[in-house]
Design a protein around this ligand. Structure first.
Ligand SMILES: NC(=O)c1ccc[n+]([C@@H]2O[C@H](COP(=O)([O-])OP(=O)(O)OC[C@H]3O[C@@H](n4cnc5c(N)ncnc54)[C@H](OP(=O)(O)O)[C@@H]3O)[C@@H](O)[C@H]2O)c1
Length: 256
């Protein structure tokens, strides 16, 4: 049972995977959830479960790549519930992509799906939360892949690193206005969309476990949250090693 109760929580990317599991975990807390993603039927079915578990829920199908659609979701959430206490920016996608096989448009698409989707919510949310007396929390589902350039995940790593940097700057600037920021960095999580892509996924964890980590981060609001321990240690070690050594290890890991 989540310790977060009686709050208005926006989850962007709530139709499947980690975001849907987080919504289900928060549903028992008598919260007001605003769920958004592109696939309306999947979203509606998560929203139905949330209502059945005792929280109010507004589900809004919208593409986070479209800035007007994202701003519209923030406006609709405030119109329905008056304010937003917590926003979890969770939309994103990290397909297996090799740099000798991608086109420029593939890299731009991954940037849009993992960076633009953050910017498009960050801007209207900062305006909204900055005007609320109690401010609010903006959390982002980043990735341990955002801490270093992972082979077969280069465009995704780059987009997540950019999002982390932007949020780091916003955290410092906006603390006086009561807006808190948490970047959440999962390792590999067994979600449907990436399960058959062939990318080796050392220390992969379940969606349920990942969602519990995310909810804990929403409760405690650290600037950065990392999990699971094993993948975090692996990435930290690789970052500390000389580049020729870490490159050799990464090449082996990516080969499976
Ligand atoms: N799975 C992993 O191993 C892993 C590891 C580290 C970090 N992450 C991060 O965790 C987050 C959640 O991913 P997941 O693994 O749970 O995969 P997922 O099941 O594919 O969830 C992604 C969610 O984002 C939504 N979404 C994607 N593009 C969107 C868009 N343009 N506009 C609105 N919503 C959009 C998807 O819904 P629709 O398709 O319906 O729009 C879905 O609800 C992502 O940011 C991902 O980068 C995942």
């Amino acid at each position: 049972m989540a310790r977060i109760t009686g709050r208005t929580i926006l989850i962007v990317g709530a139709s499947s995977g980690i975001g849907a599991k987080v919504a289900r975990l928060l549903a028992s807390g008598g919260n007001r959830l605003v769920l958004t993603a592109r696939r309306a039927p999947e979203l509606a079915s998560v929203a139905e479960e949330v209502r059945a578990a005792g929280s109010a829920c507004l589900d809004l199908a919208a593409d986070a790549v479209d800035p007007l659609a994202a701003a519209g979701v923030v406006t609709a959430a405030v119109a329905e519930y008056g304010s937003i206490d917590i926003a979890l920016l969770n939309a994103g996608q990290g397909p297996d992509l090799r740099m000798d096989q991608v086109g420029v448009e593939d890299v731009a698409r991954i940037m849009a799906l993992n960076y633009d989707v953050v910017v498009n919510y960050l801007v209207p949310l900062i305006k909204q939360l900055g005007n609320q007396p109690a401010g609010g929390l903006i959390a982002h589902t980043n990735s341990l892949a955002g801490l270093m350039g992972l082979p077969r995940q280069g465009p995704y790593s780059a987009a997540k690193a950019a999002a982390r940097t932007l949020i780091d700057a916003a955290r410092v600037e906006l603390a006086p206005r009561g807006i808190r920021f948490t970047s959440i960095h999962p390792g590999f999580v067994a979600t449907d969309r990436i399960s058959g892509d062939g990318l080796p996924k050392p220390f992969e964890i379940s969606q349920e476990r990942a969602a519990r980590h995310v909810v804990r981060a929403l409760e405690r609001e650290p600037a950065q949250a990392y999990f699971p321990w094993a993948t975090t240690t692996l990435v930290r070690t690789l970052r500390a090693l000389p580049t020729p050594v870490s490159s050799r290890v990464l090449r082996r890991l990516a080969a499976g």
